[in-house]
Design a protein around this ligand. Structure first.
Ligand code: ADP
Ligand code: MG
Length: 276
């Protein structure tokens, strides 16, 4: 059973601090959901866990079964069992879906144990059928020209093939119609076991009708400010976030332009137009 532990995590991008002290622990068999207004750092947290080079960790730790995740490359993190289904998966023309996933699977195995082509095709075909994707999926280029829903289903197909120990699904429900959401939900639920820790990032309680969660966290301004059970999510679905802000005395962030930006603003022609 794997444990992902995040302590006092601070991270920035381009000089702006986005994560401001995140604490979270996910154990095998558990499903956690994170919700929160747009721009509060949810996707940043997912990217930082996977080691996206755009973000710089300035404080805190991430460990997987006690191993220091922050010192691993993204590749090593994937091989250690971490997986991210991205909010906006990239299109990679020139690389077929099946080549991509086969390489990713083999990267996790010693060379002499590479998966046999026969076994791979059998598993892949099963996954394509389970995700109700087009049969020519293996030969199409990775996400190239895919609809939003196809991209999301393809992320879950990859998860199915790679069998991670900790999976983060970033807004897997966005852009899915109700039938596709059902397919995704069933596939994820089928994968649940004591060997899988799940982190669902979502805006809507609806996702939890399809994938049940044990704990719900609310993220605001780069921190997890409140945790509870699914009733918390229901309440947010009904009432939004203002009551949490009031309860915790969180003030709206004022975005003050940096000095350089201010000069630019003063120089721009519109200012004169406004003054007329
Ligand atoms: P969420 O997923 O909660 O909507 P994000 O993590 O995508 O939020 O973004 C959090 C904040 O950090 C936003 O204000 C966003 O503009 C900013 N941000 C995210 N990534 C970068 C980046 N690479 N460079 C600069 N700012 C970023
Ligand atoms: Mg996001």
């Amino acid at each position: 059973m794997a444990t992902l532990k995040i302590e006092d995590l601070h991270a920035q991008a381009e000089g702006h601090e986005i994560l401001k002290g995140v604490n979270l622990e996910i154990k095998g068999g558990e499903t956690h959901a994170i919700m929160g207004p747009n721009g509060t750092g949810k996707s940043t947290l997912a990217s930082v866990i996977m080691g996206h080079p755009r973000y710089r960790v300035t404080q805190g730790t991430i460990t997987l079964d006690g191993e220091d995740v922050l010192s691993m490359s993204t590749d090593e993190r994937a091989r250690a069992g971490l997986f991210l289904a991205m909010q906006s998966p990239a299109e990679v023309p020139g690389v077929t879906n099946s080549d991509f996933i086969k390489s990713a699977m083999n990267a996790r195995l010693p060379e002499e144990n590479n998966i046999s082509l026969f076994k791979f095709i059998r598993e892949y075909d099963k996954a394509v059928a389970a995700l109700k994707m087009r049969e020519d999926l293996p030969h199409r280029y990775l996400n190239d020209g895919f609809s939003g829903g196809e991209k999301k289903r393809n992320e879950i197909l990859q998860m199915r093939m790679l069998k991670p120990t900790v999976a983060i699904l970033d807004e897997i429900d966005s852009g899915l119609d109700i039938d596709a959401l059902k397919v995704v939900g069933e596939n994820v639920t089928e994968m649940k076991s004591d060997d899988l820790g799940l982190l669902l990032i979502t805006h809507y309680q609806r996702l939890l009708d399809y994938i049940s969660a044990d704990t719900v966290h609310v993220m605001m301004q780069g921190r997890i400010v409140k945790s509870g059970d699914t009733d918390l999510m229901k309440k947010i679905d009904e009432k939004g976030y203002d009551w949490i802000k009031e309860e915790l005395g969180i003030e709206d962030e004022r975005v003050v332009p940096e000095k350089d930006e201010r000069i630019l603003l003063e120089d721009c022609a519109t200012k004169e137009a406004f003054e007329k």
